[in-house]
Design a protein around this ligand. Structure first.
Ligand SMILES: [Zn+2]
Length: 136
């Protein structure tokens, strides 16, 4: 069984919903939501509202803590690679890596498309051009 955790939205308890109500009739109170998993704020907030509340209160401090960029990030032909495919109703989809600045395409096998996470690094750079092997 997974562990329950609380929504990190600083105002979660202030939203008046039935599931937040706790306590006996003479001592009613609303509590922060507690779940095994959440969808927002990377799994830490119960709703978009609670996520936005967190960013309002802590976002600027988080930026200062982790560092704000002082130079623009740049997309060039070197880091503009993405996996893509052309769907074909006959089942023979064409898979490839695609550079959306130069329009260059390099074919992939379907297995490489689905299973090889090393073809493109997390910055969008192609790690090698030698990965494609033709299956005849
Ligand atoms: Zn919440």
């Amino acid at each position: 069984m997974s562990q329950l955790k609380y929504c990190q939205g600083p105002k979660c308890h202030t939203y008046d919903t039935k599931d937040r109500k706790k306590g006996p009739k003479d001592n009613k109170r609303n509590e922060t939501r507690r779940r095994s998993s959440f969808y927002y704020l990377n799994g830490n907030a119960c709703s978009m509202q609670c996520q936005a509340d967190w960013v309002d209160v802590y976002g600027a401090r988080a930026l200062q803590h982790f560092g704000m960029i002082t130079q623009p990030r740049v997309l060039t032909a070197d880091n503009a690679w993405r996996k893509s495919y052309d769907w074909n109703r006959n089942g023979s989809d064409r898979h490839y890596v695609y550079n959306y600045l130069t329009d260059e395409r390099i074919p992939l096998t379907e297995d490489q498309y689905n299973n090889d996470s090393t073809i493109i690094d997390d910055q969008g750079r192609l790690t090698t051009r030698e990965f494609y092997t033709l299956n005849i």
